[in-house]
Ligand binder design. Structure first.
Ligand SMILES: Cc1cc2nc3c(=O)[nH]c(=O)nc-3n(C[C@H](O)[C@H](O)[C@H](O)COP(=O)(O)O)c2cc1C
Length: 215
């Protein structure tokens, strides 16, 4: 089984999501021995934001690409292949200004490739990255999950659930630490809740039946 471990926090050793993704990956390996792990740190090596040069893979077939577009295409190809090869994707997703860090969005923009992670049919879109398990590790200063207003205000967990679903990942599990900026008591409870989530998130992978059959 292959696991892709992705971090995106800019807070380095002070990052809560980094600590929790590390715990989630360790727990996964303990319950699924033999898992191969690849690591991607988007705070260190994020693809650039979308621009005319990085949109090459969305240009019509046969279009002439500039050298820069070819180089950017190679980056997108590497990222989408890495993502497609993974059975389990663990994503560290801090809440920054009500959304995900822009480097995490830039990564997702490179994955959202027609013909690779989704396609449109007469009936609408179909995800092509099926059979994977997504584990989203969410770290938040405030509390959003317990009220309609909070849920409407956050565009981080809700966005990741939608976009992974669009790619065909229906098994998305959340590890959530929220209220981290609300004092030591709330913070301690948040970390306890996240530890429980991690234990639950390590349950059998979406593709475990076929993984075992192939082995
Ligand atoms: C730039 C920045 C923006 C933030 N914006 C929000 C926010 O909109 N809502 C919130 O509840 N917390 C916000 N926070 C708090 C973070 O969600 C919290 O610090 C969390 O631990 C971030 O994850 P990390 O520690 O892995 O970076 C923000 C923190 C930073 C550094």
């Amino acid at each position: 089984m292959k696991l892709l471990h992705v971090d995106s926090s800019v807070l380095g050793t002070n990052s809560v999501s980094r600590r929790l993704t590390a715990n989630a990956v360790a727990d996964w390996i303990a319950t699924h021995p033999g898992t191969e792990v690849e690591y991607l740190d988007l705070a260190v090596s994020a693809p650039s934001h979308f621009d005319a040069d990085s949109l090459g893979f969305r240009m019509p077939e046969g279009a002439t690409l500039t050298d820069t577009q070819k180089r950017e295409n190679a980056i997108s190809e590497k990222l989408v292949s890495q993502f497609l090869a993974a059975d389990v994707v663990v994503v560290g997703a801090p809440l920054y200004n009500f959304s995900v860090p822009s480097q995490l969005k830039a990564w997702i923009d490179r994955l959202a490739q027609p013909g690779r992670t989704f396609k449109y049919t007469e009936k609408g879109p179909t995800g092509l990255a099926t059979g994977k398990t997504g584990i989203v590790v969410s770290a938040r200063g405030g509390i959003y999950s317990t009220s309609d207003a909070g849920q409407a205000a956050e565009h981080q967990e809700s966005y990741l659930k939608v976009v992974f679903g669009f790619f065909g990942i229906t098994d998305v599990r959340f590890v959530r630490a929220e209220g981290l900026a609300m004092g030591p008591e709330v913070q301690a409870k948040a970390l306890e809740a996240a530890a429980d989530d991690i234990r639950r998130a390590s349950a059998e992978a979406a593709n475990q039946g076929s993984a075992v059959a192939v082995a």
